[in-house]
Design a binder for this molecule. Structure first.
Ligand SMILES: CC(C)(COP(=O)(O)OP(=O)(O)OC[C@H]1O[C@@H](n2cnc3c(N)ncnc32)[C@H](O)[C@@H]1OP(=O)(O)O)[C@@H](O)C(=O)NCCC(=O)NCCS
Length: 169
Protein backbone atom coordinates (compact mmCIF):
# COMPACT_ATOMS: atom_id res chain seq x y z
CA UNK A 1 0.00 0.00 0.00
CA UNK A 2 1.46 3.36 -1.09
CA UNK A 3 -0.10 6.62 0.15
CA UNK A 4 0.93 9.58 -2.00
CA UNK A 5 0.65 13.14 -0.72
CA UNK A 6 1.81 16.46 -2.11
CA UNK A 7 5.08 16.52 -0.14
CA UNK A 8 5.39 13.09 1.46
CA UNK A 9 4.84 9.49 0.47
CA UNK A 10 4.00 6.61 2.81
CA UNK A 11 5.11 3.10 1.89
CA UNK A 12 5.39 -0.15 3.86
CA UNK A 13 8.34 -0.13 6.28
CA UNK A 14 10.98 -2.73 5.54
CA UNK A 15 14.10 -4.14 7.20
CA UNK A 16 16.19 -1.85 4.93
CA UNK A 17 14.80 1.11 6.90
CA UNK A 18 16.21 -0.12 10.22
CA UNK A 19 19.57 1.73 10.01
CA UNK A 20 17.77 5.09 9.68
CA UNK A 21 15.34 4.25 12.48
CA UNK A 22 18.27 3.23 14.68
CA UNK A 23 20.18 6.42 13.87
CA UNK A 24 17.16 8.53 14.88
CA UNK A 25 16.90 6.66 18.19
CA UNK A 26 20.54 7.42 19.02
CA UNK A 27 19.52 11.08 19.38
CA UNK A 28 18.65 11.69 23.08
CA UNK A 29 16.26 14.47 22.11
CA UNK A 30 14.33 12.09 19.85
CA UNK A 31 14.22 9.40 22.55
CA UNK A 32 13.01 11.97 25.06
CA UNK A 33 10.00 12.85 22.95
CA UNK A 34 9.33 9.29 21.78
CA UNK A 35 9.33 8.03 25.35
CA UNK A 36 11.24 5.01 24.09
CA UNK A 37 12.82 2.46 26.34
CA UNK A 38 14.96 0.82 23.69
CA UNK A 39 12.69 0.21 20.70
CA UNK A 40 13.97 -2.70 18.61
CA UNK A 41 11.44 -2.62 15.76
CA UNK A 42 11.38 -6.41 15.63
CA UNK A 43 7.81 -6.10 14.42
CA UNK A 44 9.08 -4.69 11.14
CA UNK A 45 10.40 -8.10 10.29
CA UNK A 46 7.23 -10.05 11.03
CA UNK A 47 3.70 -9.87 9.59
CA UNK A 48 1.29 -7.75 11.63
CA UNK A 49 -2.32 -8.87 11.13
CA UNK A 50 -3.69 -6.08 13.34
CA UNK A 51 -1.39 -3.28 12.24
CA UNK A 52 0.39 -1.57 9.35
CA UNK A 53 3.84 0.02 9.51
CA UNK A 54 4.56 2.87 7.13
CA UNK A 55 7.87 4.57 6.43
CA UNK A 56 7.64 8.18 5.27
CA UNK A 57 9.63 9.68 2.41
CA UNK A 58 9.78 13.28 1.30
CA UNK A 59 9.70 14.21 -2.39
CA UNK A 60 12.91 12.85 -3.91
CA UNK A 61 12.82 9.66 -1.84
CA UNK A 62 14.69 10.57 1.36
CA UNK A 63 13.44 8.51 4.31
CA UNK A 64 12.34 10.97 7.01
CA UNK A 65 10.00 9.20 9.42
CA UNK A 66 7.45 6.55 10.22
CA UNK A 67 3.87 6.07 11.31
CA UNK A 68 2.58 2.74 12.65
CA UNK A 69 -1.09 1.82 12.70
CA UNK A 70 -1.58 -0.47 15.69
CA UNK A 71 -4.32 -2.41 17.46
CA UNK A 72 -6.81 -2.59 14.61
CA UNK A 73 -10.09 -3.89 16.08
CA UNK A 74 -12.52 -5.16 13.46
CA UNK A 75 -15.73 -5.26 15.52
CA UNK A 76 -15.09 -1.95 17.30
CA UNK A 77 -13.54 -0.50 14.11
CA UNK A 78 -10.94 1.29 16.19
CA UNK A 79 -7.19 1.60 15.84
CA UNK A 80 -4.38 3.74 17.19
CA UNK A 81 -1.53 5.56 15.50
CA UNK A 82 1.01 3.93 17.78
CA UNK A 83 4.47 5.10 16.77
CA UNK A 84 4.65 8.46 15.02
CA UNK A 85 7.75 10.45 14.11
CA UNK A 86 9.49 12.71 11.70
CA UNK A 87 12.94 11.32 12.52
CA UNK A 88 15.15 13.63 10.46
CA UNK A 89 15.48 16.83 12.53
CA UNK A 90 15.67 19.12 9.47
CA UNK A 91 12.38 17.69 8.19
CA UNK A 92 10.37 18.80 11.23
CA UNK A 93 8.15 21.89 11.30
CA UNK A 94 7.65 21.81 7.54
CA UNK A 95 4.14 20.44 7.60
CA UNK A 96 5.28 16.88 6.82
CA UNK A 97 3.98 15.45 10.11
CA UNK A 98 0.55 16.97 9.50
CA UNK A 99 0.43 15.63 5.94
CA UNK A 100 1.64 12.19 7.08
CA UNK A 101 -1.14 11.99 9.69
CA UNK A 102 -3.80 13.11 7.20
CA UNK A 103 -2.64 10.47 4.70
CA UNK A 104 -2.66 7.66 7.25
CA UNK A 105 -6.05 8.73 8.61
CA UNK A 106 -7.43 8.61 5.07
CA UNK A 107 -6.17 5.04 4.88
CA UNK A 108 -7.64 4.14 8.30
CA UNK A 109 -11.09 5.50 7.46
CA UNK A 110 -11.43 5.00 3.71
CA UNK A 111 -9.17 1.97 3.30
CA UNK A 112 -9.59 0.01 6.53
CA UNK A 113 -13.13 1.16 7.36
CA UNK A 114 -12.31 2.34 10.86
CA UNK A 115 -14.92 4.22 12.91
CA UNK A 116 -12.54 5.93 15.34
CA UNK A 117 -8.77 6.51 15.37
CA UNK A 118 -6.74 7.72 18.34
CA UNK A 119 -3.23 8.94 19.05
CA UNK A 120 -1.47 9.89 22.28
CA UNK A 121 1.56 11.71 23.57
CA UNK A 122 2.96 13.07 26.82
CA UNK A 123 1.80 16.58 27.74
CA UNK A 124 5.38 17.90 27.69
CA UNK A 125 5.59 17.11 23.97
CA UNK A 126 4.06 20.46 23.07
CA UNK A 127 4.82 20.23 19.36
CA UNK A 128 3.10 16.83 19.10
CA UNK A 129 0.12 18.08 21.15
CA UNK A 130 -0.21 21.11 18.89
CA UNK A 131 0.08 19.01 15.71
CA UNK A 132 -2.44 16.39 16.88
CA UNK A 133 -4.93 19.00 18.15
CA UNK A 134 -5.03 20.52 14.66
CA UNK A 135 -6.37 17.24 13.23
CA UNK A 136 -8.04 15.30 16.05
CA UNK A 137 -11.02 17.26 17.43
CA UNK A 138 -11.40 15.44 20.75
CA UNK A 139 -8.90 15.34 23.62
CA UNK A 140 -8.78 13.57 26.99
CA UNK A 141 -6.10 12.95 29.60
CA UNK A 142 -4.80 10.10 31.66
CA UNK A 143 -3.44 12.00 34.58
CA UNK A 144 0.10 11.77 35.84
CA UNK A 145 1.02 8.43 34.25
CA UNK A 146 4.28 9.47 32.57
CA UNK A 147 7.48 9.87 34.64
CA UNK A 148 10.07 12.17 33.07
CA UNK A 149 12.38 14.97 34.29
CA UNK A 150 11.76 14.00 37.93
CA UNK A 151 8.03 14.51 37.82
CA UNK A 152 4.76 12.97 36.59
CA UNK A 153 3.05 14.25 33.48
CA UNK A 154 -0.35 13.57 31.92
CA UNK A 155 -0.68 11.45 28.82
CA UNK A 156 -2.91 13.24 26.31
CA UNK A 157 -5.18 11.17 24.06
CA UNK A 158 -6.63 12.63 20.87
CA UNK A 159 -9.27 10.97 18.70
CA UNK A 160 -11.36 11.48 15.59
CA UNK A 161 -14.46 9.63 14.35
CA UNK A 162 -15.35 8.73 10.76
CA UNK A 163 -18.09 11.41 10.75
CA UNK A 164 -15.62 14.05 11.91
CA UNK A 165 -13.11 12.88 9.31
CA UNK A 166 -15.74 13.09 6.55
CA UNK A 167 -16.73 16.58 7.69
CA UNK A 168 -13.10 17.76 7.25
CA UNK A 169 -13.12 16.98 3.53
C1 LIG B 1 5.63 15.66 16.50
C2 LIG B 1 5.98 15.53 15.01
C3 LIG B 1 5.49 14.17 14.49
C4 LIG B 1 5.24 16.64 14.23
O1 LIG B 1 5.65 16.55 12.88
P1 LIG B 1 6.16 17.90 12.14
O2 LIG B 1 6.42 17.57 10.73
O3 LIG B 1 7.26 18.51 12.92
O4 LIG B 1 4.79 18.75 12.28
P2 LIG B 1 4.21 19.91 11.35
O5 LIG B 1 5.33 20.69 10.75
O6 LIG B 1 3.20 19.33 10.45
O7 LIG B 1 3.45 20.80 12.45
C5 LIG B 1 4.15 21.22 13.61
C6 LIG B 1 3.29 22.22 14.34
O8 LIG B 1 3.77 22.35 15.68
C7 LIG B 1 4.11 23.72 15.92
N1 LIG B 1 5.19 23.73 16.88
C8 LIG B 1 6.52 23.58 16.68
N2 LIG B 1 7.17 23.60 17.86
C9 LIG B 1 6.24 23.76 18.83
C10 LIG B 1 6.28 23.84 20.25
N3 LIG B 1 7.43 23.76 20.92
N4 LIG B 1 5.11 23.99 20.93
C11 LIG B 1 3.92 24.06 20.28
N5 LIG B 1 3.83 23.98 18.91
C12 LIG B 1 4.96 23.82 18.21
C13 LIG B 1 4.44 24.28 14.56
O9 LIG B 1 4.36 25.67 14.53
C14 LIG B 1 3.36 23.61 13.72
O10 LIG B 1 2.11 24.17 13.92
P3 LIG B 1 1.39 25.15 12.83
O11 LIG B 1 1.19 24.29 11.61
O12 LIG B 1 0.10 25.54 13.48
O13 LIG B 1 2.34 26.27 12.58
C15 LIG B 1 7.52 15.69 14.78
O14 LIG B 1 7.92 17.00 15.13
C16 LIG B 1 8.37 14.68 15.53
O15 LIG B 1 8.42 13.53 15.13
N6 LIG B 1 9.03 15.10 16.61
C17 LIG B 1 9.99 14.26 17.34
C18 LIG B 1 9.41 12.92 17.82
C19 LIG B 1 8.03 13.05 18.41
O16 LIG B 1 7.76 13.92 19.22
N7 LIG B 1 7.14 12.14 18.01
C20 LIG B 1 5.78 12.08 18.51
C21 LIG B 1 5.72 11.17 19.69
S1 LIG B 1 4.05 10.93 20.23
Amino acid sequence: MILEGEHVRLRPATAEDLPAYTRWYTDPDFRYYMGAEGETFDTLLSPRPNGANFSVEENGGRLIGFVFVTGIRTINRHCELGLVAIGEPDARDKGYGTEMLELVLGHCFDGLGMHQVSIRTAEFNERACHTYAKIFPHEMRHRECVWSDDRFWDEVYFDITEEEWAARA
